[in-house]
Structures are given as C-alpha cells and as structure tokens.
Design a protein around this ligand. Structure first.
Ligand SMILES: Cc1cc2nc3c(=O)[nH]c(=O)nc-3n(C[C@H](O)[C@H](O)[C@H](O)COP(=O)(O)O)c2cc1C
Length: 337
C-alpha cells in the first residue's frame, strides 16, 4: 500500500510500496506513464513541425526567418563571400511570393533579401530580382542583414557585476500584496525576446495572467506552487510553437529554446525588482491536457515551464540553495582522446 503524503507537503510525495506486488504495479504504472508521455509529445511534434513541407503560416514564417538568418549569417562572417546562399534566397523569395509578405517574419525576410541583393551587387537569382523589383522601394521594418557593434557601447552596457546580479536572484516563495505593474512585465518580455533562438526563429510565447482568480485557475494545475501560489501576483506559461521546428533532429529544441527563454524572462523580472519562482511542467499527459484546456492553448504549442512572480515581500526568507564547488560544472581544457 502507498501511504498518502500530508496535504501541505512541498514537492512530490516520497512513498515506498509495501510488498512485491505493489512494487511491480508501481513500476508498470511508471513505465506506461513514461511511454504515454513520449508518444504524446512525439505525436504533437509530428502533427505540427514541417518535416516534409511547411503546412501552416507559422511554419512558413519560421522558414522565412531561418532563411533570412542564413543570409545574414553569411554576410556577417569575416570570410563573407558574395554568391553564397542562392538556394535559400530563392526559397525565401518563393515564400514571400506565396503570401509571406504580409507577416512580420516576411518583413524581416524581404529586408534581408534586399541587403543580400546589395551585398551581391545585384547578381542574384531571377526569382529574387523579380520579387524585389515587383515590390518597388519601401522603408525597411528595422535593422536587416548585418549591423555593426561598437565595443565602447558594449562596455557601457555591460559595466555592472553580472555575477552579483545572478547571485542575488533566488526562487521566492513569499510575495508582496501589491499588484505587479504591467509595464514591468512588458519590459521583461521584451528582454526575453533577446534570448538567442535557433536560426532566430523565436518560437517561444509568454501567456501571462495577473488577476487573482485567473492565477488561481492556472496554478491549480501545477503541484510545485501549492504551498505559496496564493501569494503570486502573476503567473506565466511559457510555450514553444512546434510549427517553427523543421526536422527530427529538432524534436527537443522546443525545450532548449524554451528553457533559455524562461531563464531570460526570470532574470529580466529580477532586474525589474520582482520576485520569481520557476514552476516545473514535469507532468503526465492528463495534467498537460487539463492545463491546455483551461488556458485554451493552441494544439501546436508545447508547454515548457511556468513562472510564478510577484512584488517583493517585506520578509525575504529564502532557501539558501547552496551551490556545489565550481569544479562540478567547469572542466577547463579536459584531455581529448
Ligand atoms: C525548471 C524548474 C522548475 C522548478 N519548479 C519549481 C516548482 O515547481 N516549485 C518550486 O517551489 N520551485 C521550483 N523550482 C525552483 C528550484 O527549486 C530552484 O531554482 C533551486 O532550488 C535553486 O534555487 P534558486 O532558484 O533560489 O537559486 C524550479 C526550478 C526550475 C529551474
């Protein structure tokens, strides 16, 4: 028999089944939950990623961003050579011609293609020349192609103690009662947009609730906040759009890009003077489906992680969460085979 955990216990219950049959039953249930989860994730990836062809506007947008990135990448290299990337440029022109001009990604694609055309002194495939010719002149939507950085500006913008900043963030599990100012959330979201993303595809999305009743409905699906979630001033669900992913090798990329994005968001909220706590989404299929129903999440999005946040409480007692020695994470010049 499995003993029930006390109600208010934080985290997962630690339980040991009493007899061999109960242990076998538990092992079988765990195994089946594991495979159900794997198949559930794989099927969603298969439904939405563009393994063979881009079937949605979102996939076409992602492909335009990736192709534009390939072109800017080539132009940014020290050994930049005119003539590279012709096949990508033709595909990008085709996506723009096929309806892609109307989207934000299309604007980036078109501007990049124009810079690439200048880089190639006009010696570009007909499809590209026709596309740009048909469109006449237009104002670029923003910086496109390559941009030149100034080391003095970088030095100015990084003149603070990042280690101290990183050390001063803690997962908070008590929060102030004041509402979280919306502009702070917007600034943090904007900062999170500067997270690196695979081929600049920017697949992540923040779904944020700041009203008490709504926070409670969302957080009810997540076990790790139950001892303190009633104090949160906001909750974010971070998702990645699987339509932005291309091939089987990218089957876990949603979690990688999503994790990076989540960390940027948390650090940005910290920089805004807010407290945060990541809330894991290590859940089984039924829980994932239940949250998705509550927040009306598009089937194409995978939930990566949740972030609880709020204003700072007066009393900031936190877990020390002592770090292991640096040698446990850093091996400098380890021997090679
Ligand atoms: C992906 C992820 C999920 C987490 N989920 C929870 C959670 O559900 N509940 C919670 O109280 N803390 C959660 N945490 C916070 C960790 O316990 C915390 O980051 C760790 O103990 C280190 O402490 P620090 O964040 O204060 O440095 C999570 C952290 C990460 C990175």
């Amino acid at each position: 028999m499995t003993r029930p955990a006390p109600k208010a216990e934080a985290g997962r219950a630690v339980s040991t089944p009493a007899g061999p049959l109960a242990r076998l039953w538990q092992a079988l249930r765990r195994e089946s939950r594991f495979w159900r989860g794997v198949i559930y994730d794989a099927r969603r990836f298969r439904r939405h990623a563009w393994l063979h062809r881009a079937r949605s506007e979102a996939s076409r947008d992602a492909r335009m961003l990736a192709d534009a990135h390939f072109l800017e990448y080539g132009m940014a290299l020290r050994a930049a050579q005119p003539g590279f990337g012709r096949a990508r440029a033709v595909r990008l022109a085709g996506d723009l011609q096929g309806g892609g001009q109307a989207t934000d990604a299309g604007g980036i694609g078109r501007d990049t293609l124009r810079v690439w055309t200048d880089f190639n002194a006009g010696d570009v495939p007909d499809a590209v020349a026709h596309l740009l010719g048909d469109q006449g002149t237009h104002e670029p939507t923003g910086p496109a192609g390559v941009t030149h950085l100034n080391p003095a500006e970088i030095a100015r913008d990084t003149a603070f103690d990042y280690l101290a900043f990183a050390r001063s963030r803690h997962s908070l599990r008590r929060f102030g009662a004041d509402p979280v100012p919306q502009d702070k959330i917007r600034r943090a979201a904007e900062a999170a947009q500067y997270t690196p993303s695979s081929c600049n595809r920017q697949t992540c999305h923040l779904h944020v609730w700041t009203e008490r009743a709504l926070i409670d409905r969302v957080r009810a699906h997540q076990a790790g906040n139950r001892t303190f979630g009633h104090e949160l001033g906001g909750i974010a669900v971070i998702t990645s759009d699987l339509r932005h992913w291309e091939h089987s090798g990218e089957r876990y990329q949603a979690w990688i890009d999503g994790g990076l994005f989540a960390m940027s968001f948390v650090h940005a909220l910290h920089a805004e003077g807010l407290g945060t706590c990541m809330l894991n989404w290590s859940v089984d299929v039924a829980t994932d489906k239940a949250l998705r129903r509550t927040i009306c999440l598009d089937d194409a999005h995978a939930v990566i992680v949740l972030v609880g946040f709020g204003t700072l409480a007066e009393d900031l007692t936190v877990c020390a969460s002592t770090r292991l020695p640096i040698e446990t994470v850093l091996s400098m010049n380890p021997p090679l085979a």
